[in-house]
Design a protein around this ligand. Structure first.
Ligand code: ANZ
Length: 959
């Protein structure tokens, strides 16, 4: 490295030879980034395999730390300053960890399959791979500029065939396994087949395994596999030609993208049996160091409810309901089925019963017509919309009556879309007196109500006089006795138990646990995703491809667009983009019984797939033999006393991933654990959610955002192109025209300033407003730091060789002590404040002893690594400080200085106390009165007056 590079020569020529300017920062930064890259400074050695480093010694003997960010989707818009907040924070932490002796794994990959690239391809004809790779290259460049210390050898991208080969391999592991509820773990499907074969497990349907055809066996195994294909109700969007996840459907039942109608339709889809893991996904949260709010969201999402199943007889059949309140069974005065419920058609009578209320029929001539019309209406609504309280009062009577099993009364059966097919059994017993939705529905349809839980809030037992349901658990049962069953006087809890066991005795119900969590819809009708490693033979029987045939690569095609239909044609069904490639779809393969013709599965995996296991690949990114070598997995992710379930040491990302990604990744990890592929039970030990960077949004009179950068302020009012605009707080982004690019700030001040500013804006987990004008504060700090060490005129060092005096050592060691604690606990904003304080102390002092200069450089190195490297070198060190020891405080200088306080009694000195200079009068008085010498001197004499003059004097008057 030469002293004067061409860039710094240009700076010198400009007349500010050695001032820390944007130009100097730019030169230092790019030079150090090159050094780091060339020397592989941030490459972390593995214990085994290709990334093992024989020169690194025994890495297993060293503490290690695996620090992860939620990896980005490489969008074409590039980054704004809000994106790297978390990446900078993890980098600061990773650098700190390296300097405290850890082997640190820190890298960043790309989550690169997904719809935007595919849509861009449809619009422009650019292949999604081309645009995605260009976006990745651009983002890499933007991130490199920030000086992030990533191990670039480990930066995977989910679209690399060498990566998705293993995504497909994991799919096969999941496909080829089942959940053994008795063992509470996944096991290979071959073990289930062996049980069916030897008769140790009864084959569903009662026939012998050997008598079944291949297709019949497939059907049975499909009921067990953890990945299975099944006809399920889905959100079908003909206008987009694809099935959508619930999250992609708006509250009014339209596609979030494109605003097309979405219909509920039954289609054959790939599913993942995540529900098998419900209990473990809840229980193991206790082992994780995650924000409580996120744990709670996961628990609620899984939604474990204890209750009962109850059969209501109807027309020779039975409707089974799920209820969490079996204690209120006597209060069930009607029933509701989800419109899609399978029993509806068979219970509907040919004609309406005599004297039927007109509003129960929906105006239809027959029950069948009423049902058909209502179904069509509700198919157009999303689940969210169906659950909105205000809209629950729609429904129609089916014309049928069921029998309440405890009271023996006939109760009318309705269909209404506030009951969802996907929850419980898709049927409810309605207890209007004690359930709010049922109350509203009963009021709307004039249905009877019976109070069965004694009101405790002063209301009467007559629901006709109520405004709303009474839903307490904390009361006793009333009006609930008939034949052999009497519940009156029992508490809710007692009554639940009594009813549940009575139902079981009668054979018409049982206690059960229900989960809100559904199996995961795992197929998409898209091009730009991982193909499934599945083919079908001529009989339509499904075959998993052997590992040797992976990866199944995304084929080259001319047309990526999904086949779309008339947006309102709910009877259409999707045709996948891949299915149009006959050459690819039809294959000749030898799957062990000679070459045969097969058809490939043409759905692709959802974009969640790649992010379900990337922590494992970071650990062993170039392994061609397996997804991850157990030795490497065990080393980086294995369980320890501090992380009982194992997992990455730190995972930083946005709280918006509280459920889907974080549940899916946990689920895959557990399956792989059960099957013996990984030792850890959980993927992420500590989770941290960074706050968002917000920014002012300016809107014109019509409410449209205007470019924030062009707004002028005059007398507290805001104007854009002369017109007044309104200011509000908002998210930073392109759509609100308030995005600030990191490159802009780096150009103006350097990347170190940007890093420092982002870290100093506030606590990491709190959202913070961006203020470009405030960035200069961080810049000035770095300038002062530079000036304390390097002459702006000559470029020579200005540090002195004198030893540091007591006051300087105190300032230094207090800063070290505080900053270490802040670094270890991700409190970077206060770490920055302490570094600034120390630096200001040195400014006031007028000169900087070399030993102190070295320490402050090391202290700020994780935050502003380029300037620190440069100063370190100028201070005479060779090579990078990335692995230098982080300063350690000398406790002798950390304890507060003390002053001597004199305690006098009646004017005579009786004791001397060493106290903190900041002590208050009251504290000092208490201390003085408790001092043994003082206690002895006072004896029995009454204390008349104490005058404390903190910190030096206490006068006690006795007698
Ligand atoms: C009778 C009853 C009486 C209920 C009462 C509640 C209060 P959680 O706790 O969320 O699991 N339910 C069951 N299946 C449903 C479905 N598919 N769609 C809509 N609602 C459904 O909720 C369980 C309760 O939600 C069940 O208990 C059932 O109403 C309703 F005083 O049964 B309950």
């Amino acid at each position: 490295m030469s002293e004067t590079t061409p860039a710094s020569a240009a700076v010198e020529a400009a007349g500010e030879p050695f001032r820390y300017s944007a130009a100097l920062a730019a030169e230092i930064e790019s030079r150090w980034q090159d050094v780091w890259e060339k020397e592989g400074t941030f490459n972390a050695p593995n214990p085994a395999g290709a990334l093992a480093d024989p020169t690194a010694g025994d890495v297993t003997a060293k503490p290690h730390s695996f620090i992860m960010d939620m990896f980005p989707y490489p969008s074409g818009a590039g980054l704004h300053v809000g994106h790297p907040l978390g990446y900078i924070a993890t980098d600061v932490y990773a650098r700190y960890q390296r300097m405290t002796g850890h082997n640190v794994l820190h890298t960043l990959g790309y989550d690169a399959f997904g719809l935007p690239a595919e849509q861009y391809a449809v619009q422009t004809g650019t292949h999604p791979r081309v645009s995605t790779e260009a976006n990745i290259a651009n983002m890499r460049q933007q991130l490199r500029r920030l000086g992030l210390g990533h191990d670039s050898r480990r930066s995977i991208s989910t679209i690399d065939p060498e990566y998705y080969r293993w995504t497909q391999w994991i799919f096969l592991q999941i496909f080829n396994s089942w959940y053994d509820a008795d063992a509470a773990k996944a096991r290979p499907i071959a073990e289930l087949v062996a049980q069916f074969e030897d008769g140790s497990r009864e084959v569903p349907g009662g026939r012998a395994w050997s008598e079944l055809s291949g297709a019949e066996r497939d059907d049975i195994l499909g009921e067990y596999r953890l990945a299975y294909a099944k006809e399920v109700p889905v959100n079908w969007c003909p206008g987009l030609g694809t099935v959508l996840a619930n999250e992609e459907v708006t509250a009014d039942g339209r596609s979030e993208r494109g605003n097309f109608p979405v219909f509920k339709s039954n289609l054959r889809q790939w599913m993942m049996r995540i529900t098998a893991y419900s209990d473990r996904l809840i229980k193991d949260l206790d082992l994780l160091d995650w924000p409580e709010a996120i744990k709670l969201q996961q628990r609620n999402w899984i939604g474990r409810s204890e209750g009962a199943r109850v059969d209501f007889a109807v027309d020779g059949d039975a409707i089974t309901v799920f209820t969490t309140r079996p204690d209120t069974l006597f209060g069930a005065t009607y029933m509701v089925l989800a419109p899609e419920h399978g029993l509806v058609d068979s219970i509907v009578p040919a004609a309406w019963p005599e004297g039927i209320r007109e509003d129960w029929t929906g105006g239809a001539a027959t029950p069948a017509e009423a049902v058909a019309a209502y179904r069509a209406e509700s198919a157009a609504k999303s689940d969210v919309e169906r659950q909105v309280d205000a809209k629950i009062k729609t429904g129609v009577f089916t014309g049928a009556y069921a029998v309440n099993p405890v009271s023996g009364e006939d109760v009318p059966v309705f269909i209404a879309d506030y009951v969802l097919m996907g929850y419980g059994t898709g049927a409810i017993m309605a207890v209007p007196a004690h359930d709010h939705r049922d109350f509203a529905f009963a009021r709307a349809f004039g249905l009877p109500m019976r109070c069965v839980v004694e009101p405790t809030d002063g209301r009467t037992e007559n629901p006709a006089e109520w405004d709303d349901a009474f839903d307490t658990y904390d009361s006793v049962i009333v009006n609930s006795a008939h034949d052999g069953l009497a519940l009156n006087g029992l508490s809710v809890v007692e009554a639940k138990a009594a009813v549940t066991s009575w139902l079981a005795e009668q054979g018409i119900g049982e206690g059960t646990v229900n989960y809100r969590l559904r199996d995961w819809l795992f197929s998409r009708q898209r091009y730009w995703g991982e193909p499934f490693p599945i083919v079908y033979d001529e009989d339509g029987v499904m075959h998993a491809l052997p590992e040797s045939m992976l990866p199944v690569e995304v084929p080259e095609v001319d047309d990526y667009s999904p086949h779309t239909y008339d947006p309102f044609d709910s009877t259409s069904s999707p045709k996948t983009p891949l299915s149009r490639n006959e050459d690819w779809v039809t294959v000749e393969l030898d799957l062990g019984d000679g070459v045969k013709t097969y058809r490939r599965e043409t759905n692709t995996m959802p974009n969640w797939a790649g992010s379900c296991w990337y922590e494992l690949r970071y650990v062993d990114p170039v392994n061609g033999e397996r997804a991850v070598d157990p030795a490497n997995e065990q080393y980086w992710l294995g369980a320890t006393a501090e992380k009982p379930a194992g997992g990455a040491d730190l995972y930083v990302g946005g709280a918006e991933h509280a459920v889907l990604h974080l549940l899916y990744a946990r689920f895959w990890h557990k399956v792989l654990h059960d099957l013996g592929h990984v030792s850890s039970v959980e993927p992420f030990h500590k989770l941290f959610n960074q706050g968002m960077i917000t920014a002012d949004v300016y809107r014109d009179e019509r409410g449209f955002p205007v470019p924030a950068a062009e707004v002028e302020e005059r007398d507290g009012k805001y104007f854009w192109q002369g017109e007044p605009v309104k200011r509000e707080a908002g998210k930073m982004g392109k759509s609100l025209k308030n995005a600030v690019a990191p490159d802009e700030i780096a150009d103006e001040y350097g990347a170190d300033t940007l890093r420092l500013y982002e870290m100093s804006m506030g606590p990491l987990d709190v959202s913070r407003p961006w203020d470009t004008r405030a960035v200069v504060g961080s810049y000035r700090f770095l300038q002062r730091l530079w000036r304390n060490i390097v002459s702006e005129d000559t470029g020579e060092l200005v540090v002195t060789d004198e030893p540091a005096d007591e006051a300087t050592l105190r300032a230094l060691h207090k800063a070290i002590d505080g900053i270490r604690g802040d670094m270890a606990n991700l409190r970077f904003n206060t770490a920055v404040a302490k570094a600034i304080e120390l630096n200001n102390f040195l400014v006031k002092r007028g000169s900087t002893p070399r030993a102190v200069a070295e320490q402050i450089v090391l202290l700020v190195a994780p935050l502003a690594p380029h300037i620190a490297e440069e100063l370190w070198r100028r201070l005479g060190h060779n090579g990078s400080l990335a692995y230098a020891d982080y300063p350690v405080a000398d406790p002798a200088y950390v304890v507060d200085e003390t002053v001597t306080c004199v305690v006098q009694i009646k004017g005579k000195v009786k004791a001397r106390l060493e106290v903190a200079p900041s002590i208050s009068d009251a504290e000092l008085e208490t201390l003085a009165l408790a001092a043994p010498a003082v206690v002895a001197a006072i004896g029995d004499a009454p204390v008349r007056k104490v005058i404390a003059r903190a910190p030096k004097l206490v006068n006690i008057v006795t007698g």
